[in-house]
Design a protein around this ligand. Sequence first.
Ligand SMILES: [Zn+2]
Length: 74
Amino acid sequence: MRQPYAGSQWFVRRVAGAGSGAPYRCPGCQQQLGGIPHVVVWPAEGIGGLEDRRHWHLACWAHRETRPPRGSYR
Ligand SMILES: [Zn+2]
């Protein structure tokens, strides 16, 4: 699934979250995702590597336009 944001296209994949113990930090609210369902977002254009992936809360990604991220989203 591709979605637009900040003038770019982004791949968005929803993940279950359970089982991944990595302490991802959501760019939207700067809080950690603790094994809950969320989305992984990365640039659809250019050279997007693993380090360009960002893990967002579902709500934070959904409200990214009206509630801009407080951290680096790229
Ligand atoms: Zn968040």
